[in-house]
Design a protein around this ligand. Structure first.
Ligand code: ZN
Length: 244
């Protein structure tokens, strides 16, 4: 089975299309939440994800607030502004679809489960080894794929927990040890924050037990001009160019 792993698309249609083209044929898609928020194309991104074959989609914090399932209290000023814009821009059908999204974690098969933030709390962040330690205890499968931080990361647990450091380069391939457990963040499609502005996605090949993190250059200028034209804060356009 070849899974395409997409997280934190954030209404960035240009980044999404580029990652889909770079990933090529996959058997199924795992979308780890935050389809909307920050970017200018929430409806087009939702409809593109709906069109993907065999997709399992779970909600992120921006999806919940955008759909009105949760209030904006936990959001900073910028996120708040962007999600209010998003809520107003959504079609009634897409808003309803967002509101009905599944909550993670979701077990996909014997090998893999997915969550937005962490397997014990969909809104918790896994940044460091301390966060990862709590998460690995709660994970139910050898591989737990997560998002939410917008920063690619790999943690390995075989009695001891180790951070394997961020995946590097345009195509970083990781071969999984069958005796270990993993927490893997393949990065953000639509708003990377690790200093690399390229879109990020993952391909999990269960037959070869490999996870490949792809970094894909996309048309940042068009995504930026749509953000400006929509009247969203300019800093949301600027950050796409620097990956922060
Ligand atoms: Zn996000």
């Amino acid at each position: 089975m070849r899974y395409l792993v997409l997280s934190d698309i954030h209404a960035n249609l240009e980044a999404l299309e580029a990652t889909l083209a770079a990933a090529g044929e996959c058997d199924a898609t795992l979308a780890l939440g935050d389809l909307v928020g920050y970017g200018a194309d929430p409806n087009a991104v939702i409809e593109r994800v709906q069109s993907l074959p065999r997709a399992t989609v779970i909600r992120g914090n921006h999806d919940k607030v955008g759909a009105g399932v949760e209030t904006v209290e936990s959001f900073n000023h910028l996120a708040r502004y962007a999600i209010s814009w998003t809520a107003a821009a959504l079609t009634p059908a897409n808003r309803e679809w967002l509101a009905a999204m599944r909550q993670g974690p979701v077990v996909i098969d014997d090998l893999v489960e997915i969550c937005h933030g962490s397997p014990f709390d969909e809104d918790a962040y896994i940044f460091d080894e301390l966060d990862a330690r709590r998460a690995i205890v709660a994970s139910q499968r050898p591989v737990c794929l997560f998002g939410h931080t917008h920063v690619p990361a790999v943690f390995r647990f075989d009695g001891e927990l180790t951070s394997l450091g961020p995946p590097r380069g345009a195509r970083h391939r990781l071969t999984l040890d069958p005796k270990a457990k993993y927490l893997i963040n393949c990065g953000a499609v639509g708003q990377p924050r690790d200093g690399d502005p390229r879109a990020a996605c993952g391909i999990f090949d269960t037959a070869s037990r490999t996870v490949t993190v792809l970094r894909v250059a996309y048309d940042v200028a068009t995504a930026q001009s749509k953000i400006i034209a929509a009247g969203l804060p300019e800093v949301l356009a600027q950050r796409l160019a620097i990956g922060r």
